[in-house]
Write a protein that binds this ligand. Structure first.
Ligand code: CO
Length: 271
């Protein structure tokens, strides 16, 4: 059984403009304002600075052009509207060329709190602030390039690395434990629970090897988070032998999953 989305991509018109409805804009405003009240003292300093630099509109769903004007001036990255879920090849190819693939639809009001697939709030609010940071932006570009060339077998560990950093990463900063993963920062509940839920495991990221050995599920609040000491650890990974580490993870084998296996066969990542 494959995952079937109830949403359809919003197609830009000939001028590149996407026509969002008043309800879409109202959902964006509600999500944006609610999340702004939650991220303070919970999100990484890098994310907070990125939010400030991007200065996204509050009262309407931003157009890609609005986002690109600021983002491209900072790190050369751009967002590109795509269908909700696209093939892995296409996804990696876009990252490799500094295009962040962004689902163009926005969730319905009745799904404000829980969504199994990425929408534009996840992409823009959750991910774009970190793309204003040179280290995090380079990390994603290099990841895209490597994953594009990698075998299907090697992509398993690479995608886990992405999942436990860009999507669901935590970092220990001088002021305390903070979130930088976009999968967390686009969820009001998980932004809070990832930092304090006593049932969640928070383990050191180390050299990235443990994350590569850890299976994950996309359809639940994460039972385990990897914690960076600094973004320098991503920089080291970026300039080290990443594929060598992938092969080491394969030799050592997977950790026992901290959750029951998926009952369906759908394993499409939703980042
Ligand atoms: Co994502």
């Amino acid at each position: 059984m494959t995952f079937v989305s109830k949403y359809t991509a919003r197609i830009p018109d000939a001028t590149g403009h996407i026509h969002y409805t008043a309800e879409d804009d109202a959902v964006w405003k509600r999500l944006y304002e609610r999340q702004m009240g939650i991220v303070k003292d919970r999100a990484s300093d890098v994310f907070m600075l990125g939010l400030q630099r991007l200065d996204m509109p509050v009262d309407h769903v931003p157009q890609c052009e609005e986002m690109n004007k600021r983002l491209s001036a900072l790190t050369g990255w751009r967002v590109k509207p795509v269908a909700a879920i696209i093939p892995d090849e296409e996804y990696f190819d876009l990252l490799a060329h500094k295009y962040f693939p962004a689902a163009s639809f926005i969730r319905l009001l009745e799904e404000l709190d829980y969504l199994q697939e990425p929408d534009i709030f996840h992409e823009f609010y959750g991910h774009c602030p970190m793309l204003t940071d040179p280290i995090c932006a380079d990390f994603q570009e290099r990841y895209g390039k490597l994953a594009l060339k990698a075998s299907a077998a090697d992509r398993v560990q690479l995608m886990r690395l992405y999942w436990f950093t860009i999507e669901f990463g935590l970092i220990q900063e001088s002021a305390g434990l903070r979130v930088y993963g976009g999968g967390i920062l686009s969820s009001a509940a998980e932004t809070v629970s990832s930092l304090i839920d006593p049932k969640a495991l928070r383990v050191p990221f180390e050299d990235g090897l443990p994350a590569m050995r850890t299976p994950y599920r996309f359809d639940m609040v994460q039972p385990l988070y990897y914690v960076l000491n600094s973004f320098d650890q991503l920089y080291q990974l970026l300039h080290g032998d990443l594929l060598g580490l992938v092969h080491k993870a394969q030799d050592l084998g997977d950790f026992e999953p901290a959750f029951p296996p998926l009952s369906t066969q759908s394993t499409q990542a939703v980042c």
